[in-house]
Design a protein around this ligand. Structure first.
Ligand SMILES: C[S@@+](CC[C@H](N)C(=O)[O-])C[C@H]1O[C@@H](n2cnc3c(N)ncnc32)[C@H](O)[C@@H]1O
Length: 294
C-alpha cells in the first residue's frame, strides 16, 4: 500500500447506485489513487474486471501499488477520458461495460504535490497539467500568452471571478516586466488586492487549472461515449466539484432522459452526508448524479 492516500468521496452512495455485481465489467474513468476502484473491485468478485483510467502517470503508479492485490482483475490505463471509447476498447475489446464512474477534478496527491503548481499555498512552477507527459498548455503558457479578452473569459467562465477584468489587467502589466513562471508570482499579482471570505487566489487558480486541462471540454466529449459504452441496464455515476461541471452533467442527463436513452436513478443530485462533510472537507462541494442506460 502506498503512503499516498486520497479519501474517496461518497463511496457508500457510489456502491449503492453503481451496484457492482460479481462478474461484471466496470470502468473507473478517473481512477486517481484507487479509492473508489477498490470498493468496486471488491464487489465485482474473482471474475469481475475493472478498467481504471487516469491521465496522471504519477497517480497511476500509486493506484498500481494500492490495488496490487487485485492485480489480475484490474487494468490500469494512462489516457484522457475524452478518448473513452478508444481507451476502453483497446483494453476490453468491443464488449460493452456494466458500470462507469467519473470522479472529476484533481486528487489530493495533485493538490498537495508542491512541485506541480496546483496550489497557491506552495511556491512552485506554474504548471497545473494533470497530464505532465502529453498535456497541452501549462498555466504559465496561459498567463503569459493569452490576450486580455482571453484571460477575462477564462477568469469569468471557469473561475466565476467578478473582478476578472482588473486581474487580467494586472497579469498583463506584470508579464510586461518579466514572465510569470511561478505560483508565488501569480499569488503576489492577485494578492492583497481583492480581500473577501475566500483566499483571493482560489478562483483564479481554479480557472487556470480548468483551462490548462480543458476540463469542461473533456467532460462534454466523454459523457456521450460513456452512455454508448454501457450495456442496457448499465449504470453511470458522475461526481462533480463545482457548478460548471455539474451543469454539464445535469444538462446531459436531461437530454438523454428526454431522448429515452437513460433513466435517472435519483432525480436530484446527491450530496455527501453531514458526517462525511465534517470528516472530509473536500466532500463539501461534491455532487453525485446517477443514471441507468435503458
Ligand atoms: C478526484 S481524483 C479521483 C480520485 C479517485 N476516485 C480515488 O478514489 O482515488 C480525479 C482524478 O481524475 C484524473 N482526471 C481528471 N480529468 C481527467 C481526464 N480528462 N482524463 C483522465 N483522467 C482525468 C485526475 O488526474 C485525478 O487523478
Amino acid at each position: 500500500m502506498s503512503r499516498f492516500q486520497h479519501t474517496p468521496v461518497l463511496v457508500e452512495e457510489i456502491v449503492k447506485f453503481l451496484d457492482p455485481q460479481p462478474g461484471e465489467t466496470f470502468v473507473d474513468a478517473t481512477v486517481g489513487l484507487g479509492g473508489h476502484a477498490q470498493a468496486l473491485i471488491e464487489r465485482l468478485g474473482p471474475d469481475g474486471i475493472l478498467i481504471g483510467i487516469d491521465q496522471d502517470e504519477q497517480a497511476l503508479r500509486i493506484a498500481h501499488e494500492n490495488l496490487s492485490r487485485f492485480e489480475k482483475r484490474i487494468v490500469l490505463v494512462r489516457g484522457n477520458f475524452r478518448n473513452l471509447i478508444q481507451l476502453v476498447q483497446a483494453n476490453n475489446g468491443p464488449r460493452n461495460v456494466d458500470g462507469l464512474l467519473f470522479d472529476l477534478g484533481v486528487s489530493s496527491l495533485q493538490l498537495e504535490n508542491e512541485a506541480r503548481g496546483f496550489s497557491f499555498l506552495h511556491n512552485a512552477p506554474l504548471d497545473m497539467r494533470m497530464d505532465a507527459i502529453d498535456g497541452g498548455n501549462t498555466a504559465a503558457d496561459i498567463v503569459n500568452h493569452a490576450n486580455f479578452n482571453e484571460l477575462v473569459k477564462i477568469l469569468k467562465e471557469y473561475g466565476e471571478e467578478p473582478k476578472a477584468e482588473s486581474i487580467a489587467k494586472r497579469i498583463i502589466e506584470a508579464r510586461r516586466r518579466q514572465p510569470i513562471t511561478t505560483t508565488g508570482q501569480l499569488v503576489e499579482i492577485i494578492g492583497g488586492y481583492l480581500g473577501g471570505r475566500i483566499h483571493p487566489a482560489t478562483r483564479v487558480f481554479q480557472a487556470l487549472r480548468i483551462a490548462a486541462n480543458e476540463e469542461l471540454q473533456s467532460l462534454q466529449e466523454a459523457l456521450p461515449q460513456a452512455v454508448e459504452l454501457l450495456n442496457p441496464g448499465g449504470r453511470l455515476a458522475v461526481i462533480s466539484f463545482h457548478s460548471l461541471e455539474d451543469r454539464i452533467v445535469k444538462n446531459f442527463f436531461k437530454s438523454q432522459t428526454t431522448g429515452g436513452r437513460i433513466k435517472l436513478l435519483s432525480k436530484k443530485a446527491i450530496a455527501p452526508s453531514w458526517p462525511e462533510r465534517k470528516r472530509n472537507p473536500r466532500a463539501r462541494s461534491a455532487k453525485l448524479r446517477v443514471a441507468m442506460k435503458i
